[in-house]
Design a protein around this ligand. Structure first.
Ligand code: FES
Length: 304
C-alpha cells in the first residue's frame, strides 16, 4: 500500500502545547519518537495481515464509524460489573464469569483497534501503542484474576481485578486523548457542508479539466476534487479524505472510483461512497452543472 512520506513530516500540535500537566503529558506521547521502534514494525505487520474483507468489517465501514469504541463497551461493562459483584456476598461465581467474559470479548475489541491504529499517522500511532499497552496489561491482569478465582484464591482474584480496572481506565483515558485530541477515527470530511453556502458556485471553463484526470480546485476554504469525463459529465467530491485528510486529487482514478494516495481508501466518484476502507465515512459529493458557455458549476445536493 502506498503511503505519502510528506504526511509523516507534519508538525504536531504537541510542539506548541500548553495547559494542564496531564494534557501536556498526553500530548507528549505523540512526540515521543522512541515509540516508533515498536509502532513502525508493528503497524507494518498489521497492514500485511491477509484479512481480506474482514479488515473493513473490523474498521466499521459497514457501521459508518469505527467499530472499536462500540466493542470495548462489552469488556469494560463486564469488568466493572465483576468489581461490583466483588462486594456482594455470595456472588463470587458470577464475578468470575464476568471477568472471563470480559477477557474473551476484549479480543475482537482489540483486533478492531489494531487495524484502525495501523492506518493512523505517526503521532497517533505513538499514543495508540501506549493505549494498547495499558489495555494489554489490563487483559493480562483480568486473565490472572479469572485463573486465581478458579483456584479458590478469591482475595488475589479481586486484587487483580482492581489492578486490571486501573490499567483499563488509564488505557481509556489515553484512548480518549487519541480520539478527541488527536482526532483518530473521526470523519475529517464532516465540516465540508457547513463551510459552504447552499447555492451554485462557478468553477471555470470545462477545458481547464483534462478528461478523466483528477484536478484540485478551491471553493472558498474547501478543496474539491473534480474529475471531468465528457462535455456534460463531471464528478466533484470533497478533496480531503474522510479518513485522515489525504489529498484525493493526488490519487488514482480507476473503475469509477478514486483511491486515496495515503492509505488506499476507495471512494466512488458518482456519490462519494467509501467502497473500501480504512475510511468509514463517505466523501461529500457535489452536484455538477454545465452552462451554455462551456463552464462548470457545482453545488451541494439539495442546495436550492
Ligand atoms: S487519508 Fe487515510 S485513506 Fe485517505
Amino acid at each position: 500500500m502506498r503511503r505519502n512520506p510528506a504526511r509523516h513530516r507534519r508538525p504536531s500540535p504537541a510542539a506548541t502545547a500548553s495547559g494542564d500537566p496531564l494534557v501536556r503529558a498526553l500530548d507528549a506521547l505523540g512526540e515521543f519518537t522512541p515509540l516508533d521502534t515498536v509502532a513502525g514494525p508493528l503497524s507494518r505487520a498489521v497492514r500485511r495481515l491477509p484479512l481480506g474483507p474482514l479488515r473493513d468489517v473490523l474498521h466499521g465501514r459497514w457501521l459508518g464509524h469505527p467499530l472499536h469504541p462500540a466493542l470495548v463497551q462489552v469488556p469494560v461493562g463486564a469488568w466493572m460489573s465483576a468489581a461490583v459483584l466483588d462486594v456482594v456476598p455470595g456472588a463470587e461465581r458470577g464475578a468470575r464469569t464476568l471477568v472471563g467474559l470480559g477477557v474473551l470479548s476484549a479480543l475482537p475489541a482489540a483486533w478492531s483497534g489494531w487495524v484502525d491504529w495501523a492506518e493512523q499517522h505517526e503521532a497517533q500511532q505513538r499514543t495508540g501503542v501506549v493505549h494498547a499497552g495499558a489495555n494489554v496489561l489490563a487483559i493480562g491482569l483480568f486473565a490472572g484474576s479469572w485463573a486465581a478465582r478458579g483456584r479458590g484464591r478469591t482475595g488475589l482474584g479481586r486484587a487483580l481485578t482492581r489492578a486490571g480496572l486501573t490499567s483499563a481506565s488509564l488505557g481509556a483515558m489515553i484512548g480518549g486523548h487519541l480520539a478527541y485530541r488527536q482526532s483518530a477515527g473521526a470523519n475529517k470530511a464532516e465540516p465540508v457542508p457547513h463551510l459552504l453556502e447552499p447555492r451554485w458556485y462557478g468553477m471555470g471553463p470545462l477545458d481547464e479539466y483534462p478528461a478523466g484526470e483528477p484536478v484540485r480546485r478551491m471553493l472558498g476554504e474547501v478543496p474539491l476534487l473534480v474529475v471531468r469525463m465528457t462535455e456534460d459529465e463531471a464528478y466533484v467530491l470533497g478533496d480531503r479524505c474522510s479518513h485522515d485528510s489525504g489529498p484525493l486529487s493526488e490519487g488514482e482514478v480507476r473503475d469509477g472510483c478514486v483511491e486515496c494516495p495515503w492509505d488506499g481508501s476507495l471512494f466512488r466518484l458518482s456519490d462519494g461512497w467509501n467502497v473500501h476502507g480504512p475510511a468509514t465515512a463517505p466523501q461529500p459529493s457535489f452536484e455538477a452543472g454545465f452552462d451554455g458557455d462551456g463552464s462548470l458549476r457545482v453545488r451541494l445536493p439539495r442546495a436550492d
